[in-house]
Design a protein around this ligand. Sequence first.
Ligand SMILES: Cc1cc2nc3c(=O)[nH]c(=O)nc-3n(C[C@H](O)[C@H](O)[C@H](O)COP(=O)(O)OP(=O)(O)OC[C@H]3O[C@@H](n4cnc5c(N)ncnc54)[C@H](O)[C@@H]3O)c2cc1C
Length: 382
Amino acid sequence: MTSGSHFKWASYQQFASKRSVVIPRAVVSPPSRAPCSFSVVSKSTNSSCWNMHSWSACVIGGGVVGLTTALLAQERGAEVTLVADKFKTETTSDGAAAIFRPSNSFNVITPENTKEVIAVSYRYYEKLLKEDAGVKLISGCNLSNESLASTRNSLLEGLVPEYRDATEMELKQYQGDWKFGTYYTTFLVENRFYLPWAEKKLIAQGGTIIRSTINDFSDVKNFGDFDLVFNCSGYGAKKLCNDLAVEPISGQLYRVDAPWCDKFVYANGMDTYVIPGYLATVGGSRHSESYRTKPCPHDGAAIWSRATALMPQLQTSQIREQWVGVRPYRSGGARVQAEVINGIKVVHNYGHGGHGVTSAPGCAAQAVQIAEDFLSLTKSEL
Ligand SMILES: Cc1cc2nc3c(=O)[nH]c(=O)nc-3n(C[C@H](O)[C@H](O)[C@H](O)COP(=O)(O)OP(=O)(O)OC[C@H]3O[C@@H](n4cnc5c(N)ncnc54)[C@H](O)[C@@H]3O)c2cc1C
């Protein structure tokens, strides 16, 4: 029996061009015999896809991490069934500010690996600029009154197309007598568009989507005989894997009409940001060990007061909604790792905290590579 991580990193290009590991195709048992409660959300009618699969995977999770992992597994020849109990607007992913902006402290296994994850993610989103997937480029500033260093982002420097000191004029656009700033261009990934785009693509490529709750990894057997399971359950992993390192951190934000807002701004020390989009996003807040998904009026008032102090023009903006989501934080960093649980091969991919949109493609590519290594290793042991 094999357990633990089997990680050999390849760049995304190598990853994308590597040949599939040939694993005998699993027989998918009819879900109608499943004793648990479920509904098939979508299933492909494209039978030509079904003959091309070389391995089968069940992906638990329909947020940005699960869907991206599912798509990259399909690219590598997997027949994919995705099972989740929440989709699109019900997920954390849907409402996230969703700017491509890892913090300097974000970690996936090691600092070198984190850098690679972010670079792979960047290239993935870059390709999606040409598609109708909700990805676009935006520019703006990190501001600080303490130091220039605190506005820098070591993971973005050298990766994004524009990255420089903010000019005096750019600093003066915001109230607060800002002394330091870094200006850069990055991606906005509007999940209200990306999640439906990814679901549609998954189905078009022969995948199946099922709504059900997985209480134990053996529950996936209700939906087929899979070679492997990807666990992309976000903060749900705390319960599913009994992983005490997972900490739900709720965060609140506003969505407002502000068509004049064409630059993002992060104000260090104020914990305040404004991001342009189909509606502008105004945040934020953080509450540890909180599963709260209903807006708190006190948090709302505090966010609005800070944001309008930074950007007084917001006072005239119409508020369209307040939203609260739960970040799947994990102390020690995101978990991208293989494990055998009750005889089921599982590759975990959860715990991305406040950076799940930013890191989803890189972590997904890594999870799929671990899966391929895991399966070929198991096969050669037979
Ligand atoms: C206020 C706020 C702002 C944010 N801003 C950004 C940002 O600017 N940039 C950024 O990169 N990130 C940001 N994030 C973080 C980002 O939203 C998350 O890291 C990301 O959405 C996590 O994606 P996920 O797919 O792991 O989780 P989720 O979107 O929560 O999806 C988890 C999925 O797993 C399923 N699931 C869980 N348990 C089970 C189970 N037992 N059985 C069946 N299904 C299960 C759920 O139904 C769901 O489909 C922000 C988060 C918040 C709250």
